[in-house]
Ligand binder design. Sequence first.
Ligand code: VNL
Length: 390
Amino acid sequence: MQKRFFLRASVLAITAMGATYSIAQENVFKIGLILPMTGQQASTGRQIEAAAKLYMAQNGDTVAGKKIQLIVKDDTSIPDVTKRLAQELVVNDKVNVLAGFGITPSALATAPIATQSKTPQVVMAAATSSITQASPYIVRTSFTLPQAAVSMADWAPKNGIKTVVTLVSDYGPGLDAEKYFKERFQFNGGQVPESLRVPLRGPDFAPFLQKVRDLKPDALFVFVPSGAGAAVMKQFLERGMDKAGIKLIGTGDVTDDDQLNDMGDGALGVVTAHHYSTDHPSALNTKFVEAFGKANSGLRPNFMAVGGYDGMRVIYEALRASKGQGGGDALLAAMKGQIFESPRGPMFIDAQTRDVVQNIYMRKVERKNGQLYNVEFAVIKDVKDPGKAK
Ligand code: VNL
């Protein structure tokens, strides 16, 4: 009798514990944030993690009755590692959303997992046009290289630049930048005598820059990923390219706000096309830059931070709109078509392509209050990814 009672009591206790456990689980909403926190792309990871945490600090960690849990994983920007981490996050941690993705190969390696598990994959950094086509569960909050490259290819020939050599990192976003810059620039009457590609890992820019010096174009158009711009700038100046009359132009990755202020006066006057500048003059951005700096001992948010901040916004609002019901498909549906003001300016997630539609700004490096900034001087409004038209 005693024994039987004890047995029954413990079964009850176990059942009750199980119920508490699953209620606790049901009330948690997990975001698996996979980022390069170490290695060559570590600044991208640091910026996005800081931005995601700022968003949560400002907007609370409870949405639609669920407690938001952010699980940060370091993929060291090795795509096989990204894929394994994504798998573990989906299978073991049962995350509701996968997010982050510092470089294109990491985003692509995760796409099949998002598709199979019907988990929305919010790409906050990687920017090759084709990424959103790799899974119907991908939504992007960063930008695409064709958006920036085409804008630059329209501006340059109107501003005295008739010959351009391109220099890009030899992988997805670099090839997009090269192709879309070149096609549009040539269409506009410009000439591209040479297109150079440098390896993504451990690039040595010196021999390439020497070649550019010999070719003596009006300008050198550069794409390198966030974090590599300072090295290009240093070598460009060391070789006296500017003094030889060659202008440096590019997508805004090269004058990345994370590094720009340490590049020195040699960076003054460099013109780039991009979707975000720390200096973007809006009340919302001023508040964002201030709060980000305050929370991160003075760090400037760059375009990666904005991709992370807006990605969190897209996730929060999708959870709110779907009332925490309906799983991955309901979340995805509520991500599509979101339209809001970002620190970058107006932003829209195209429901058809799941890609970002946004302004691209022409900016010039200037010194303001003693600091170097990408100062916006023209805007191309509501730019859709030109890569989607093909
Ligand atoms: C990518 C594109 C990465 C632009 C970047 O920095 C960037 C990418 C890490 O798609 O791999 O600035």
